[in-house]
Design a protein around this ligand. Structure first.
Ligand code: B16
Ligand code: MG
Length: 219
């Protein structure tokens, strides 16, 4: 058995990936740089400022924004996002996740969160899942966000587990890259077009079955 499972938050534990998209879309519309779902795949797992930079690069006006102008836009996006997540509750835990966490506990496998989000601890609390987690990595704990491995290596180090004994679970291409370059076993949820680099891929979180993941781990 692996000794630790490290979970992404947005798009794995709960569908905040959709709320991030809606919030960025609203902001992007307001600044005249419309974005679609296809482009949004590139924002998944990417931290707030880097996401804004990717959107601004799409714009054709060519004017470079100052850091304070960027901060204003990023803060506005976060306000839209906070409105959308305000009413999140345990009914918003994605299918299969709580059972998987319970199986980890039964087998004495350590559990960490590996999220790029500043809002991660508050969201885990709203979902009433904080008690499962031995360690939480959020945006404040890392210098280099996904796809850099730091998010996942920081979690493993805090748990005292070697990377090759960890399973990482992600919905984003940047996140899978982060897990793989950390030297961990990567499990991805979603579309093969974006996530072909994963060691084990399922279509949705309901298919994150503990026994199936174990069967593929280490093969
Ligand atoms: P915040 P994850 C990531 O969370 C999201 O996938 C990404 O879309 C978002 O921009 C990032 O968190 C930062 O979030 O603005 O709340 O700090 O998927 O790594 O859990
Ligand atoms: Mg995610």
């Amino acid at each position: 058995y692996p000794k630790a499972f490290i979970y992404d938050l947005d798009g794995i534990i709960t569908d905040t990936a959709e709320f991030h998209f809606l919030a960025w879309q609203k902001l992007a519309d307001e600044i005249g740089i419309p974005i679609d779902r296809k482009f949004n795949e590139q924002l998944k797992g990417i931290n707030r400022m880097d996401s804004l930079d990717r959107i601004l690069k799409l714009g054709t006006s060519g004017r470079v924004l100052s850091d304070s102008e960027k901060m204003t836009l990023a803060t506005r996006k976060n306000e839209y996002y906070l409105e959308l997540i305000e009413s999140i509750n345990p009914s918003h835990i994605l299918p299969g996740i709580e059972l998987l966490l319970q199986k980890n506990k039964q087998q004495h496998i350590k559990i960490a969160l590996g999220s790029a989000s500043n809002n991660a601890p508050a969201i885990l609390d709203k979902l009433q899942l904080t008690g499962y987690f031995d360690y939480i990595v959020d945006a404040s704990k890392v210098k280099k966000g996904k796809p850099d491995p730091e998010t996942f290596t920081t979690a493993a180090a805090a748990l005292g587990v070697a990377p090759d004994e960890c399973v990482g679970i992600e919905d984003a291409a940047a996140g899978v890259e982060s897990i793989n370059s950390a030297g961990m076993f990567s499990v991805a949820v979603g579309d093969v077009h974006h996530l072909a680099a994963a060691d084990y891929l399922v279509e949705d979180t309901a298919q994150l079955i503990f026994e199936d993941i174990i069967a593929h781990y280490g093969k």
